[in-house]
Design a protein around this ligand. Structure first.
Ligand code: NCD
Length: 317
């Protein structure tokens, strides 16, 4: 029997495997109808113990577009977690119903605990302030599609770098590519965690930390904006003080390079003014679409229905 594969962090896939996944996502983008029955008869469970719009709906749409079906819950209070059931027990139960599970949880490491007891592939759809690997797959595919490469650029990551799990996963993924320079833009209270800067230093990867976006905007090839995450603060006062620390508007953007694309995992609050949305450099809505294709490719990969099946003619092109 094939080994069960999960996705907890982007590092669970080698760079070569990621390339294959992105190629597959590209095929899906170009030939969407050809994939409409790839997962006929399969079931995806989405177990979301924390709010989500994009990630959950993106997973569900991905499975539906592959011809599969979906079950799950979008709110811990409507699951047996509200009765005190552990994540380990829940996943053992879900394993009896579904073929694959995407799980989001407010506690760091929850998806990993689930994977340890699961009989089906588990995808970490965000665990607290820790990791969010499928957002990273989305981000990498978007960058690769926009720039044709994943190396040799300067990326500014701006906003809540302390609690932002999308940022943590993206940094981990990007350090495997050549010539990526990081500029971390955050207020001192929301600096990127020490374990990440220590890792960069250890690997000899160059990074800078700045407080003002203005200090580095003209130098960036890519800007990754994030929201200040109210739900991760211990007190409201700190959140209110920091929530509007960065606002990217048209005026500010005039100082950036003409081909500096702006990414954002969304949801956006105030950090990008809506007048930026019409700028051709605003890539955060197309990014959502890439998230769908890459999740379709991921589901197929974890269910082991990619190359072999294609070689055996299951695809009709
Ligand atoms: C992010 C998340 O949930 O971590 N959103 C997402 O999944 N697209 C970012 C956020 O909530 O700010």
């Amino acid at each position: 029997m094939k080994e069960l594969r999960h996705l907890m962090t982007p590092l669970d896939f080698s760079v070569e495997e990621l390339e294959r996944l992105f190629d597959q996502a590209g095929e899906i983008e170009r030939h969407l109808p050809d994939f409409a029955h790839m997962c006929d008869g399969r079931i995806l469970a989405t177990c979301f113990y924390e709010p989500s719009t994009r990630t959950r709906l993106s997973f569900e749409t991905a499975m539906l577009r592959l011809g599969g079906k979906i079950i799950g819950f979008a709110d811990a209070s409507s699951s047996s977690a509200s009765k005190g059931e552990s994540v380990s027990d829940t996943i053992r139960v879900i394993s009896c119903f579904a073929d694959i599970c995407a799980m989001r949880h407010p506690k760091e490491g929850a998806a990993m605990v689930a994977a340890g007891r699961s009989e089906i592939p588990v995808i970490n759809a965000g665990d607290g302030g820790h990791e969010h690997p499928t957002q990273t797959l989305t981000d990498l595919l978007t960058i690769r599609s926009l720039y044709g490469k994943l190396s040799d650029f300067t990326i500014g990551l701006c906003g809540d770098l302390k609690f932002g799990r999308t940022v943590h996963s993206l940094i981990h993924a990007l350090i495997r590519y050549q010539g990526v320079k990081f500029i971390f833009i955050s207020p001192p209270e929301l600096r990127v965690p020490d374990y990440i800067t220590e890792l960069l230093a250890e690997k000899g990867i160059s990074y800078e930390e700045v407080i003002r976006l203005d200090d580095c905007l003209p130098d960036l090839d890519l800007l990754y904006m994030t929201r200040v995450q109210r739900e991760r603060f211990f007190n409201e006062e700190d959140y209110v003080r920091l929530k509007d620390f960065y606002i990217l508007d048209k005026d500010k953007l005039s100082r950036a390079k003409q081909d500096m694309h702006i990414l954002h995992p969304l949801p956006r609050v105030n950090e990008i003014a809506v007048d930026v949305d019409d700028d051709p450099r605003a890539a955060y809505f197309p990014q959502v679409q890439y998230g769908l294709f890459v999740r379709m490719a991921l589901i197929m990969t974890l269910l082991d229905m990619t190359d072999d099946h294609m070689n055996h003619g299951l695809l009709r092109w």
